[in-house]
Design a protein around this ligand. Structure first.
Ligand code: TYM
Length: 346
């Protein structure tokens, strides 16, 4: 953390915010890079706010019924992964209008040059960027609003979201500078643990993603034990045994990925895992990984199923979370309007 960040953030109560798009099945990447860590952060004495970002999801087409189901299922995944609605604020973004309102205000602060550098837009829009929605392009400013409307100081995310959190810092700094205030903090991305970038099981150069057309490329949190075991058995690897030290994995992305997953699931470092399996082939390692993954993930998918049998309870939790979120976000948006010169007379 730089000195100026430290000085600025000292004026703000530490607060954690993060979000996940309910745009499809959540994956092992979402679990290890985000959900599992969200649950751990609840017990560090810092307020934690977690959001199902349904307004981000619609930046690409979502079938309305599917979006409703996926939002509830993602809420179930949070709870089943250990996010406790009594300890954390858990809600869906569209129920707190402060996000959309602040996003507009920040759209007017963010610069086109900054948005043009966002690699996720380039990846998602692909060659046909003319046909992408305006929302997909503006999405990082909405994400900045999500974070800043809670005066968030820390954002636990996977590696792929780092650039968006850095943009959030740039937007906050420009706002503070342009209006001569120290109103927004400079949120820090928290990217830690052995699985900050879980890769596809079919291609070690691609991120594991809910939008990959190949289901075999990912473990879904809803996969049953047989499917999980089969996907790991078929995961692409090389023919070499596991090396003696972690450096031996530097040119072996698929092997490195499986080791990182094992490490994250077993609460070890990747170096410890390599030491344990040194000299063993994938014939030994993959079944061990599959057993570990089933032991850790099957209870989560079972609990998700149980929670999904009563969506009124899930909706109640999200509604209550939204009320609590609103109580924090509303005054921040009101103050932002005021700073920017909007008349507030009711
Ligand atoms: P999303 O929905 O793509 O992913 C949610 C979280 O999961 C992490 N993640 C991964 N981590 C490791 N390996 C992977 N293969 C992997 N895939 C996904 C992501 O890094 C993320 O932490 N723009 C965000 C959602 C968002 C948000 C926010 C996050 C909206 N507003 C405010 C933080 C704060 C996104 O699309 O994440």
């Amino acid at each position: 953390m730089s000195d100026t960040t430290q000085i600025l953030n000292a004026n703000f109560t530490p607060r954690i915010f993060s979000g996940i798009q309910p745009s499809g099945n959540l994956t092992l990447g979402n679990y290890l890079g985000a959900l599992k860590r969200f649950a751990q952060k609840q017990d560090e004495g810092i307020e934690t706010i977690y959001c199902l970002v349904d307004m981000h999801a619609i930046t690409v087409w979502q079938d309305p019924d599917a979006l409703r189901r996926q939002t509830r299922e993602a809420a179930a995944a949070f709870i089943a992964s250990g996010v406790d609605p009594a300890k954390s604020i858990l809600f869906n973004q569209s129920q707190v209008s402060a996000h959309a309102e602040l996003a507009w205000l920040l759209n007017c602060v963010a610069r086109l040059g900054w948005m043009n550098r966002m690699t996720q837009f380039k990846d998602k829009a692909g060659k046909n960027a003319e046909k992408a929605s305006l929302g997909l392009y503006a999405y990082p400013a909405l994400m900045a609003a999500d974070i800043l409307t809670y005066h968030t100081t820390m954002v636990p995310v996977g590696e792929d979201q780092k650039q968006h959190v850095e943009l959030t810092r740039d937007i906050a700094a420009k706002f503070n500078h342009d209006y001569g205030v120290e109103f927004f903090p400079a949120p820090e991305p928290l990217i830690d643990g052995p699985a900050t970038r879980v890769m596809s099981l079919r291609d070690g150069s691609k991120k594991m993603s809910k939008s990959d057309p190949s289901d075999a490329s990912r473990i879904n949190l809803t996969d049953d034990a047989d499917t999980i075991a089969k996907k790991f058995r078929k995961a692409r690897t090389d023919a070499e045994p596991l090396p003696e030290t972690i450096e031996g994995l530097s040119e072996r992305p698929e092997a490195r990925n499986l080791v990182n997953i094992y490490a994250a699931l077993s609460e070890q470092t990747s170096a410890q895992v390599v030491t344990e399996f040194a000299g063993k082939g994938f014939g030994d390692f993959k079944p061990a990984l599959a057993d570990l993954a089933v032991a850790k993930l099957a209870p989560i998918s079972d609990e998700m199923k149980r929670l999904m049998s009563d969506v009124t309870e899930i909706d109640r939790i999200l509604g209550k979370g939204a009320d609590r979120a609103e109580a924090i976000a509303r005054p921040v948006v009101e103050k932002t309007y005021d700073i920017m010169g909007m008349v507030r007379s009711r």
